[in-house]
Design a protein around this ligand. Structure first.
Ligand SMILES: [Zn+2]
Length: 67
């Protein structure tokens, strides 16, 4: 199953693990609102692509999965 990015109430997370996107601190980068959105999306997407699901185990997955 392919992991997906999911939106939570505060940020974005991974559908397969407990990873959450933490935006870099400081004001958004860009001269226009569109640029800021683009930069934010790029940063978020690359952080998502780089993270390793095995490093962010989900606590609730400790329960045995019914198959
Ligand atoms: Zn993940």
């Amino acid at each position: 199953m392919k992991r997906k990015m999911i939106q939570t109430s505060e940020t974005w997370g991974c559908s397969d693990c407990a990873w959450l996107f933490i935006p870099s601190p400081g004001p958004p980068v860009g001269r226009t609102f569109e640029e800021m959105k683009d930069n934010f999306r790029r940063e978020r997407d690359s952080a998502f692509a780089r993270h390793n699901c095995r490093k962010y185990p989900r606590l609730e997955k400790c329960a045995p999965l019914a198959s």
